[in-house]
Design a protein around this ligand. Structure first.
Ligand code: PMM
Length: 280
């Protein structure tokens, strides 16, 4: 089983949704064999970590019972871990997190930052894993109703700090918590950009994961007058631009559908940064 790779550059987390209804890849990898093949393809393409999820979090998505979620993801996690892949489990359910870690996952990625399930903190504390705490306000049916902020950077900073405090009280080592601004989750289009541009102001020096891949706010940014807004699979170049800037800004990892594009962009950032340092 692989641990998390060393982060001497921005890491690439490849998205693998074993769901019928995710916004970009829903339905493509519901079959375990197809999902395992896609996980291995993500690694071959440049992913350092494969993030396996069994419940769609897009606005309006149907909730999935933990037993069904675990049925979808555990065989995929087990097979990928057996191939030496560093696997992350994307879940809001403590029981699914535990089952996935027992099957070989090395990181728990909880889009609710531990808010959705009161058992998540203690469960993660008992498991020897890293934890991604994403900024989140409510489940899918309600998330768009809670997108008002007086100052999005300050409120995301304070709400994430509250999560870290609660998780630490449950026994999680704060140094093992990675923060994520939750792009698109209870955020109108314009709220996502300050969170990207002012990463250092809300992260408090913690490691940062950026999940911008193919999201609606990128479609809005690249839309052209007189044309339909680009569909999710037409947002990869915009995603790669975010990857480049996030890597330059020191993000720990990006969560993306196209691993190769991210890996190439990060290699360019590393070469550019190395040349900057030798010239000083
Ligand atoms: N976005 C989605 C799902 N999981 N996890 C983290 N940590 N950050 C995100 O931004 C995030 C996530 C929704 O996108 P998907 O349907 O493509 O998985």
């Amino acid at each position: 089983m692989a641990g998390l790779p060393r982060a001497d550059r921005c890491l690439v987390m490849g998205v693998l949704n074993v769901t019928p209804d995710s916004f970009s890849d829903g339905g493509r990898f519901l079959d375990a064999d197809a999902a395992i093949a896609q996980g291995l393809a993500l690694v071959a393409g440049g992913a350092d970590i494969v993030d396996v999820g069994g419940e769609s979090t897009r606005p309006g998505a149907e909730p999935v019972a933990p037993a069904e979620e675990a049925r979808r993801v555990v065989p995929v996690v087990r097979a990928l871990a057996a191939h030496g892949v560093a696997v992350s489990i994307d879940t809001m359910h403590a029981v699914t997190a535990r089952a996935a870690v027992e099957a070989g996952a090395v990181l728990v990625n909880d889009v609710s930052g531990g808010l959705a399930d009161p058992d998540m903190g203690a469960t993660v504390a008992a498991l020897d894993v890293e934890f991604v705490a994403m900024h989140w306000r409510a489940h899918s049916p309600l998330m768009d109703a809670l997108d008002a902020y007086a100052d999005v950077v300050v409120e995301v900073r304070d709400e994430l700090a509250a999560r870290v405090g609660a998780l630490a009280a449950a026994g999680v080592d704060p140094d093992r918590i990675i923060l994520d601004p939750g792009l698109g989750f209870s955020k109108v289009t314009e709220s996502n950009w300050p969170l990207l541009a002012r990463m250092g102001e809300w992260s408090g020096g913690a490691r940062v994961l950026v999940g911008a891949s193919r999201k609606r706010f990128l479609g809005a940014a690249i839309a052209r007058a007189g044309h339909d807004e680009p569909a999710p699979d037409q947002r990869d170049h915009a995603t790669t631009a975010v990857t480049t800037l996030a890597a330059q800004a020191g993000a720990w990892a990006v969560r993306v559908h196209n691993a190769t594009a991210a890996r190439d962009a990060i290699a360019v950032v590393s070469a550019w940064q190395a040349a900057t340092e030798t010239e000083r």
